[in-house]
Ligand binder design. Structure first.
Ligand SMILES: Nc1ncnc2c1ncn2[C@@H]1O[C@H](COP(=O)(O)OP(=O)(O)O)[C@@H](O)[C@H]1O
Ligand SMILES: [Mg+2]
Length: 282
């Protein structure tokens, strides 16, 4: 598993935790490094109607940040109205979500790009159809997962529950990114990173602070990319993806980046360590 394709399935402990911010920021960072990532948001709900068309905001922002040329209908195969879980939103509209269609969209996009970023909807057990949850999509796409968690009180429970369930299903986890959408500066936020590192060997790949006024819009695009580059170990993510096959980065970018990194102390170094989660699930 996860040996065929290069990419990440970005999921979250909840909705509104920062999946789109992280996916979009990563897409731009990869693009800036000379990769042309593909992006896909298999199902998006809460899509407003504009000129007779359902507009998926997450998918449109991902397309913009990745510089993807695929039509939005391919990047977001199911665009649903109600701001509900995919299964429920689809049933309300009489739409039958076909996982086969999701897979063929995924295969088509990933065949054109060296790297693909998938943004899930909600958390890992969100129902996609009557028989399928996000976990099943992760298995079908055969990608390692990047988990985005909201920093603060409650995140230890949400993060560990999610990681344990993924381990039970033997889904490889590339790492966890903490994000602070709400400006949480209490003791829990300060202690979360160290406590998570005590409780799991899944690496912490980033800790993104709150930046008030952030929206998933083109006006915030540069700022989001800058922050993901600064607070997420993008190069570590690329390194671990590279073990699935050669990715040749843009050399000029890397020379500049190496210069910058000389000044950055305490940047988290990443190791692939799935042993512990495998032991737990075995
Ligand atoms: N680091 C942050 N600082 C400030 N606001 C943020 C941050 N991350 C997310 N947000 C806010 O939270 C909202 C939800 O983030 P988003 O990435 O869309 O979450 P998800 O994709 O998990 O639903 C965003 O529209 C933005 O307004
Ligand atoms: Mg989103």
């Amino acid at each position: 598993m996860a040996g065929e394709r290069k990419g990440l399935f970005i999921t979250g402990t909840d909705t509104g935790v920062g999946k789109t911010l992280v996916t979009a920021g990563l897409a731009r960072c990869l693009r800036d490094r000379g990769f042309a990532p593909g992006v896909i948001k298999p199902v998006e709900t809460g899509c407003a109607l504009r000129n007779g068309k359902r507009i998926p905001r997450d998918g449109s922002f991902l397309k913009h940040m990745a510089g993807a040329t695929e039509p939005i209908e391919e990047i977001v195969p199911y665009r649903l109205a109600a701001p509900l879980a995919p299964q429920v939103a689809a049933e309300r509209e009489g739409v039958r979500i076909q996982t086969r269609r999701l897979q063929s969209a995924f295969r088509a996009i990933s065949s054109r790009h060296p790297f693909i970023l998938v943004e899930g909807a909600g958390g890992i057990l969100v129902p996609v159809t009557r028989r399928t949850t996000m976990v099943d999509l992760m298995k079908q796409f055969e990608l390692p997962v990047l988990l985005v968690s909201r920093i603060g009180l409650g995140t230890l429970n949400h993060t560990l529950l999610t990681l344990y369930y993924l381990a039970q299903h033997r889904i490889p986890v590339a790492g966890v990114v903490l994000n602070d959408p709400d400006g949480c500066r209490d003791l829990s936020a300060r202690s979360n990173p160290a406590t998570l590192e005590q409780w799991t060997s899944v690496p912490l790949l980033g800790n993104i602070p709150c930046h008030k006024g952030t929206r998933m819009t083109r006006g915030c695009a540069d700022e989001i990319a800058r922050r993901v580059d600064r607070y997420v170990d993008v190069d570590g993510i690329i390194r671990r993806m590279s073990r699935f096959g050669p990715l040749v980065p843009n050399e000029a970018f890397h020379r500049k980046r190496l210069e910058e990194l000389k000044d950055l102390k305490g940047k988290i170094d990443i190791q692939v360590d799935l042993k512990r989660s495998r032991r737990r699930s075995g």
